[in-house]
Design a protein around this ligand. Structure first.
Ligand code: SF4
Ligand code: MG
Length: 316
């Protein structure tokens, strides 16, 4: 609720006053238990920061994070501990998120040791089960990360995240670094695990085509703000915000030659600095429909059809 995450920049010769990068700038949305909420936007839009603030890797500057009825935004380390166990993260880069000096068993054992009272033997059994659950072998616990492919490493990251039976998982660009064929496998696996374990996902990605099949609902983020929220199918059939429309037109088309060149560059205009968003709509510098009002009034999020929210003056 009204979540903000500002990163301070120290004052310099150029700027006498302290300035802030407003990475998350007043975001309100909810995620239903058991669903997958896709969060998309260009790199730098604040989606990773939003996910990490929700998971309390960062302290929120302002606002509430209601998890199962409790505002966890301001909880101190000790009170937060039981919630940490219920929320896990799968990171983007399976190459750098696994410690190269630990074997797979030790990597998955870390959260088990911190968060459970299981004996060493029980933990080792659990690690074997987890590896099988994500499509690897028990014996893989003796191996080191470099002995695996990118897709296999991401499976190790998933096994680690699942080890303490979390309820909510932030998948932060969890499949973006993988080959397209491997992406599909990992998505299918995440869906199976969701069904089996009753998981809730916040699935962060820069590409709408990546979240399309896994997400029940999708939020589109632009410069620190969610500008459209909708049921996933509805968003693709009937995108409302000019930014969402632009993102959708940039989805690579399934033609091997054209697909290489299609990109987000089809959106014209400059991405304004998150330091200086100013008044008015934050998409105005790139919006083909911008009017005088757009330069003055920041559009509020409105529900324009059942469950379909958009922040744009065109729909008022
Ligand atoms: Fe474009 Fe105005 Fe809508 Fe912003 S409010 S997206 S500038 S039409
Ligand atoms: Mg990111």
């Amino acid at each position: 609720n009204h979540l903000k995450k500002y990163f301070p920049l120290k004052s310099s010769f150029l700027h006498k006053k302290d300035q802030y990068v407003k990475a998350v700038d007043d975001v309100t949305f909810h995620i239903n238990k058991g669903e997958t909420f896709g969060l998309v936007g260009e790199s730098g839009c604040g989606k990773s920061t939003l996910g990490r603030t929700i998971n309390r890797l960062y302290d929120a500057t302002e606002g509430e994070i209601i998890f199962d009825g409790t505002d966890i935004a301001k909880l101190k380390a000790k009170e937060l501990q039981p919630y940490r166990k219920r929320m896990q993260i799968i990171f983007q880069d399976p190459y750098s998120s696994l410690n190269p000096y630990m074997n797979v068993g030790e990597i998955i054992d870390e959260p088990l040791e911190i968060h459970t009272n299981l004996s060493k033997k029980e933990r080792s059994e659990k690690i074997g089960e987890l590896l099988e659950k994500v499509g690897l072998k028990k014996q893989d616990m003796e191996k080191f990360p470099y002995e695996f492919s990118g897709g296999q490493r991401q499976r190790i990251g998933i096994a680690r995240a699942l080890s303490i039976n979390p309820e909510f998982i932030l998948c932060d660009e969890a499949i973006s670094a993988l080959d397209v064929s491997i992406q599909a496998q990992v998505i299918n696996m995440l869906e199976d695990l969701q069904e089996e374990m009753g998981l809730t996902y916040l699935f962060v990605a820069h590409d709408l085509s990546m979240v399309r099949h896994i997400s029940d609902r999708i939020g589109v983020m632009y410069l620190g703000r969610i500008v459209e929220i909708s049921d996933s199918n509805d968003l693709y059939k009937n995108p409302l915000h000019p930014y969402t429309k632009a993102l959708l037109s940039a989805i690579p088309i399934p033609d091997p030659i054209k697909a290489q060149s299609a990109s987000i560059e089809s959106i014209k205009g400059e991405l304004p600095s998150p330091l200086d968003i100013g008044q008015g709509c934050r998409f105005r510098s790139r919006c083909p429909f911008a009017t005088a009002k757009c330069a003055e009034v920041d559009p509020e999020m409105k529900e324009v059809a059942s469950g379909h929210f958009v922040a744009c003056h065109l729909y008022e």
